[in-house]
Design a binder for this molecule. Sequence first.
Ligand code: SAH
Length: 465
Amino acid sequence: MLLSITTTREPATDLGYLLHKNPARLHSVPLSFGTAHIFYSEATPQRCTANLLLDINPVDLARTKQAAGEDIAYVNDRPYAASSFLSTAIAKVFGTALSGRCKDKPELAVSPIMLEVTITTLPCLEGEELIRRLFIPLGYDLDITSYKLDERFPEWGESPYYTVTIRGRKCIKELLAHLYVLIPVLDEEKHYWINQDEIDVLLRRGEGWLARHPERELIAARFLKRQRTLTDRALQRLMNGEGAEHSHNQLPGRGSAQKEEAWEESLSLREQRIRAIVAVLKEVGAKTVADLGCGEGNLLKVLLADKDFTALTGMDVSYRTLEKAHKKLKLEDMPSVQKERLQLFQGSLLYRDKRLQGYDAVVVSEVIEHLDEDRLKTFIRHVFGFLRPPALVITTPNREYNVNYPQLPAGEFRHADHRFEWSRSEFRHWAESAAKQYGYTVSIKPVGSLDPKTGAPTQLGVFSR
Ligand code: SAH
């Protein structure tokens, strides 16, 4: 995978200052998925070209992905195609330029200069028209070379890979931000799991141009892997003129997993839920507990205070939330005996993770409703089939109860990131079928104030092997 950046603005070798990479040297930067090499193929006062060569080993890549439970073939196009790997590499090796800084020539970083970029292999299934729709409104000239899928069999049609050159007068920061966002939009296959934090990334990189781009909806949707809730949220923030600095936390209850309590979550419901979970853990005699999707660690805090629990693990997909948990639990100041009982790490319920095996009990509280429904099968396979804890506690909202929240518009979920909320019979049906499939029994309990018609706000399933 090769990307080259050329300038003809004299002295062209200033490109080295802009990119913070000395033209006289070869720079090799290790990345988690391979190595990025930066080298200059020409460096004269009239013309200077920096190349970013991304070297990904497809076999290593397939092994790590397969170990994480994903399907990917050993022979894949990732080493050759411009993709989100390239964006990650750009952010890593040209991070300073991307942030608009230039130590030695600060005025250069903010001056638009003639820049030309060639991406040797840019994948776009929709064809070159989409490439034009994305780059032309940003003021670039384009050269696109298309290829036959196989020269010997023209009837097979066009290949989905293009060699693309874009040319324009841009600040280096703008140019890199455009590439950072638009390459994965064209390729549409992110190499990492995305969550709310990705909205911030999109808004930060899209600052100053995305809100005015005629294709902003398509860009947001594809950058956010077509996750509708994330896309809506991103567009709303974009059109409200919010930058990335305006964390979604400032919008109570909308789009923020951390603000779960916004609607219904009077402190007392959360407390009642924690109490109900602890009671179950005691009842089954669990000593070691993993809390998956632990959020800010409210349950862990209570468990930690109880000596009966000898080993506790909190896992969450959101790094930022884990940092908050870290603070809330005062991990820094904790005596080491105490600290040894607890570990926190980042992970996902949708990835098979050996570190989570062997616990007496696993808790998944108020998390499943954040997963897309078509991912629940993977969740069941991993938690019931792979982790197989002797006891498993799952809680989720009871949708029927929502009529008791007068401020909550009819038909809306309690939280913008909820993908669904289940009625009592829907949860029972799901729980019983998962239990049956993996040799568990299940009993379901109501948590919170019980309404005669609609039940309790939270439903809690206890699964025993
Ligand atoms: N269990 C906590 C937090 C619930 S909020 C409580 O009961 O208070 C939902 C949490 O699930 C969020 O912290 C979110 O980051 C996390 N989450 C969402 N999808 C996840 C996934 N696929 N894997 C792990 N955690 C996930």
